[in-house]
Design a protein around this ligand. Structure first.
Ligand code: KE4
Length: 431
């Protein structure tokens, strides 16, 4: 690496010669906001530094995993100790049992889990399981929700798909697109209609119970409960994709917050502590249909990887009541400050937060679904994003993303963020 220039623009130019768009995940490319992506050299706690030595207070948190901040000493120690014992064996380990038990302990709707290496693998597996268990092919997803990049999900998807302007990706077979039905978040009638159009043929409804891939959109009162009832009536399985919300919005995720029982849950991000881990979990009756216990095949060379499971377990073990109280306090402090700024500047923008996951919509009315997000002022968001970045606040480079706080954020960090937020809002308003 020493032959590479320590310059963001030069690195991006070189990167684009060897990797599509110069990145390994599209949303990192600053496509929606313009400008040059920051090549991060190192991170510690709440701070990241780019290759040019610029320091930022980080609200991306690697899109969710870094709930303890970066390079938490106890997580680093767990990683180092595990690495010293060998990085991968392709054989079962006690660490996988420990992580599986911890997840099940925190999410009582799960009796068993299968560990995989990404959120996409988790959601792919959950849908395959649901199709096998019901003998049905169709699934219902929601416009603007993102469940990873498996074919079935890249239909009106959120996150990087929406950011890049391709919510439905080319390259997906028509037959697959036809089995993915799209409902509207917070619109239970749209689900009723689809289930009525395809009686007895919808295997699963998959949903982000709190949407985090179209900014942050909260379920309206009773929506998730109605969804549960509709699925029960239709013999359709309900999959909560909690890759982002799991262990983020509450110790037991959104299903604990809203007290709604999904049939299957998918997890990722935080359970890997910054390393590649995903999981699908649910009742034994469903989970034991997965190979080798049952016929539904799913596999992975690095699934349950010893280093990743060590990082995940260390992270979950540090997420105690005190940690969640701190996350809530930081989130509340930031929300109060931003709302005060919006009021002082007479700006109509919509701030939405659940615990340590939040979003500022450049919209003049409340956001209830993907169509509302698409009406946001993307240019104003882009100006605001750069106004924050220039002053050392690193936000997700897209209106279709959530930003995250960590236990490493201090009151002083939040106070500084609020001040810079005021300046950036004022500046973008004048342009
Ligand atoms: P991964 O395959 O990226 O680990 O997880 C896919 C996924 C599944 N479900 C939900 C609810 C998710 O949020 C994600 C991934 N989230 C995005 C951020 N919005 C990952 C960032 C990226 O694509 O680079």
């Amino acid at each position: 690496m020493s032959d590479l220039p320590q310059d963001n623009a030069e690195l991006h130019q070189i990167a684009r010669k060897v990797m599509p768009g110069g990145v390994n995940s599209p949303v990192r490319a600053f496509g929606a906001v313009g400008g040059t992506p920051r090549f991060i050299a190192r991170a510690q706690g709440v701070r990241v530094w780019d290759v040019e030595g610029r320091e930022y207070i980080d609200y991306v948190g690697s899109w969710g995993p870094c709930i303890l901040g970066h390079a938490h000493p106890q997580v680093v120690e767990a990683i180092q100790a595990a690495a010293a014992r060998g990085s991968t064996f392709g054989a079962p380990t006690a660490a996988e049992i420990a992580l599986a038990r911890r997840i099940i302990e925190l999410m009582p709707n799960l009796e068993m889990v299968r560990l995989v290496s990404s959120g996409t693998e988790a959601t792919m597996t959950a849908v395959r399981l649901a199709r096998a268990a019901t003998g049905r092919d169709r699934i219902i997803k929601f416009a603007g929700c993102y469940h990873g990049h498996a074919d079935s999900f890249l239909v009106k998807a959120g996150s990087g798909a929406a950011t890049g302007g391709h919510p439905t990706s080319p390259g997906i077979p028509r037959s697959t697109v036809n089995t993915t039905l799209v409902a509207q978040f917070n619109d239970i009638a749209s689900v009723t209609q689809l289930l009525g159009m395809f009686p007895g043929s919808v295997a699963a409804v998959i949903i982000e119970p709190i949407v985090g891939n179209s900014g942050v959109i909260l379920p309206s009162s009773g929506f998730l409960q109605d969804l549960r009832r509709l699925c029960d009536k239709a013999g359709t399985l309900l999959i909560f994709d909690e890759v982002m919300t799991g262990f983020r919005v509450a110790p037991g995720g959104a299903q604990q917050l809203y007290n709604v029982r999904p049939d299957l849950t998918t997890l990722g991000k935080i359970i890997g502590g910054g390393l590649p881990v995903g999981a699908v979990g649910g009742p034994k009756a469903l989970m034991e249909q997965l190979a080798p216990a049952g016929p539904v095949y799913q596999a992975g060379t690095l699934s349950g990887n010893p280093i990743a499971t060590a990082a995940g377990l260390a992270t979950l073990n540090l997420l105690n009541d005190e940690a969640y109280a701190k996350l809530e306090a930081c989130g509340a402090q930031l929300e109060a400050g931003v709302r005060e700024n919006l009021s002082k500047l007479s700006l109509p923008y919509q701030f939405v937060r659940v615990g340590s996951m939040a979003c500022l919509f450049f919209a003049d009315r409340p956001v209830h679904d993907f169509a509302d997000v698409q009406r946001c002022d993307q240019q104003a968001f882009a100006r605001y994003f750069h106004g924050m970045l220039e002053q050392g606040i690193y936000l997700p480079p897209s209106q279709f993303e959530a930003f995250f706080l960590s236990t490493a954020h201090t009151e002083a960090d939040i106070e500084r963020t609020i001040q810079i937020n005021y300046d950036a809002l004022q500046k973008q308003r004048m342009q």
